[in-house]
Structure formats: structure tokens, C-alpha cells
Design a protein. Structure first.
Length: 117
């Protein structure tokens, strides 16, 4: 006779727990205390990426230890490039404002071309 799922829930949860413990044991456990600002940064990254705390911490440790995967390295380079592009654009905009404020009349066409990024 088939039993409803709620009736077999206890048995099912114990099997899931046993499976989870078995698979988790393949990886060593590391518990650390972290400053509140790191926890906030991790929580923000979780919301941003949908990753778990473990995935974020493992990725950070791999990065720190120089053990990043190719995918992680590419993501890292893309993030750094994006930040650099944003910084360059801000600097160029500031240069234009400076030229306007100080009545600098010579025009650098290369500069103007880059501002349109």
C-alpha cells in the first residue's frame, strides 16, 4: 500500500540527512569567525549572485591562494576591466569639466572621442 508523502516524511528526511552527511564528508569542514563587515559583504554578494556562503568563501580562498578556475579568472578579469573602464570614463569627464571651468580652449579630439564611451 502506498503511503502519503507526509507519512513517510520522517524516513525520507533521515535518508536525505544521511546522503547530505555522506556527500559533505567528502570535503573537510572549516569554521571561522569573521568581522561583521565581511559578513555583510558576503550577504550582499549572495543577493547579487545567488551563490551560497560556502561558494563565495571557497571562491575567495581560491582567488587568494592563486587557485582560481579559468571561469573564475575570466570573471575576475571582466570585473576589473569594467571597474577600470568606469574609472577612465569618470576621469575623462572630470577633465572636460576642468577644461570648461578653466577656459582651456585647445581641443584634444582623442579625449573627446573617448568621452563618448
Amino acid at each position: 500500500m502506498l503511503q502519503p508523502l507526509w507519512f513517510t516524511g520522517k524516513l525520507l528526511s533521515s535518508k536525505v540527512k544521511a546522503y547530505t552527511q555522506k556527500t559533505d564528508m567528502a570535503n573537510p569542514f572549516l569554521g571561522v569567525r569573521i568581522p561583521p563587515e565581511l559578513e555583510q559583504a558576503i550577504l550582499a554578494r549572495m543577493k547579487e549572485t545567488g551563490q551560497s556562503k560556502s561558494e563565495i568563501v571557497i571562491s575567495a580562498l581560491r582567488s587568494y591562494l592563486g587557485m582560481m578556475s579559468c571561469h573564475e579568472r575570466l570573471d575576475n578579469v571582466e570585473q576589473r576591466l569594467s571597474a577600470l573602464e568606469k574609472g577612465v570614463k569618470e576621469i575623462l569627464e572630470l577633465m572636460v569639466l576642468y577644461r570648461q571651468k578653466h577656459n582651456v580652449y585647445h581641443i584634444n579630439h582623442n579625449l573627446d572621442r573617448h568621452i563618448d564611451m
